[in-house]
Design a binder for this molecule. Structure first.
Ligand code: NAP
Ligand code: ZN
Length: 351
């Protein structure tokens, strides 16, 4: 297959810092859209993958799955986009398109397995898909999102993964008026969850391990913020919440949070701690409680989320960096030292 060479940032191994490299993008297929990448967010999943936390990283890796940019080329059958349109790509860039899940707009559950924007087997070029820390992205128009003009492009980038990952479960578990929703962890996902749950009409209680984020959580829109390391503060919330969205990226005690649920409540995990989490029988049995999980969201729901965020003026709070600062940014993300999402200005790749 014909390819084009473009600049990117990636790495060949766990302990090798990310560096400039050239990668190949496929020539436009009839249903493909090519976009110049303007901004790309940095998600904790990018960090998990470059560290091979889950043991399935395919090197060389180019991370990046919160991609926004401008359409620079369209295949002959493309209907949704034209050159010059704003466009975005999130986690999903391919699926079978015909199983019951794809037909129901739940591509994330595709029977044949979804292709993620990076670190998935690449059906066209072999090897692994290469992500958004690069000049361009090429994929089928079905997986390309429209970006509402109203959204600031750089701070909208994190919506493509962090935004949909919290929007989907908040909607599925019916966050809204009359519901007390807990948000666990105020990072990239958590800070957007506060804003989205508030916009849905829920009463939002935030749990953070960081004293500096307690006040900030209220600025972000939380009704209450709790320092989770303070046992006395925590005891006041026993049996008080309908639903808790857990965005924590490392091993932690979920039983503490199951105890904060009302009967029939759910703790829903979206964070991906590499280690298994233990659950005590008495923490779920007594109140008929659930512990469950959620993974990103389908393409139609991602578009719905972008439109919802435009309507409610929701974008991420970001720290804009140049690609040359990428390794420092990953070090800071590992320490929880970012308020609240790094986004790369991809124009810096040309420097
Ligand atoms: P992030 O910005 O690093 O935020 C994670 C937050 O978790 C931190 O800010 C911190 O919040 C809290 N935390 C970290 N370590 C902790 C510990 N040891 N104990 C308690 N709290 C801790 O990460 P993110 O980008 O939001 O991603 C969060 C997780 O979701 C990652 O594991 C990521 O891979 C995963 N993820 C999953 C999906 C999905 O579809 N399921 C999609 C995207 C990301 P405080 O300072 O407030 O305590
Ligand atoms: Zn992500």
């Amino acid at each position: 297959m014909e390819t084009n060479e473009v600049k990117a940032y990636g790495t060949e191994a766990v302990n090798v810092p990310l560096h400039s490299m050239n990668i190949k993008r496929r020539e436009l297929q009839p249903h493909d859209v090519e976009m110049e990448i303007l901004y790309c967010g940095i998600c904790h999943s990018d960090l998990h993958q470059i560290k091979n936390d889950f043991g399935h990283t395919m090197f060389p890796i180019v991370p990046g799955h919160e991609i926004v940019g401008k359409v620079t080329g369209v295949g002959e059958h493309v209907k949704k986009f034209k050159v010059g349109d704003l466009a975005a790509v999130g986690c999903i860039v391919d699926s079978c398109g015909k199983c019951e899940y794809c037909e129901d707009d739940l591509e994330q559950f595709c029977d044949e397995g979804v292709t993620f924007s990076f670190n998935s087997p690449d059906k066209y070029l072999g090897g692994a898909t290469l992500g958004g820390f690069s000049e361009t992205y090429v994929c089928n128009e079905r997986y390309v999102l429209s970006v509402p003009e109203k959204l600031d492009l750089a701070s909208a980038a994190p919506l493509l993964c962090a935004g949909i990952t919290v929007y989907s479960p908040l909607k599925h578990w019916q966050a809204g008026p009359g519901k007390k929703v807990g948000i666990l962890g105020i990072g990239g996902l958590g800070h957007l969850a506060i804003k989205i749950a508030k916009a849905m009409g829920a009463h939002v209680v935030v749990f953070t391990t960081s004293p500096s984020k307690v006040e900030d959580a209220k600025r972000l829109g939380a009704d209450e913020a709790v320092l989770s390391t303070d046992a006395e503060q925590m005891s006041k919330y026993a049996k008080s919440l309908h639903f808790i969205l857990d965005t924590v990226s490392a091993k932690h005690d979920v039983n503490t949070y199951l105890n904060l649920l009302r009967p029939d409540g759910s703790v829903v995990l979206v964070g991906l701690p590499p280690e298994a989490l233990e659950i005590g029988a008495f923490n779920v049995v007594g109140g008929r409680k659930s512990f469950s999980g959620s993974n990103i969201g389908g393409i139609a729901e991602t578009q719905e989320m972008l439109n919802f965020c435009a309507e409610h003026n929701i974008t991420a709070e970001i720290e804009l960096i140049n690609i040359q600062q990428i390794n420092e940014a990953f070090d800071r993300l590992a320490k929880g030292d970012v308020k609240y999402r790094f986004v790369i200005d991809m124009a810096s790749l040309k420097k």
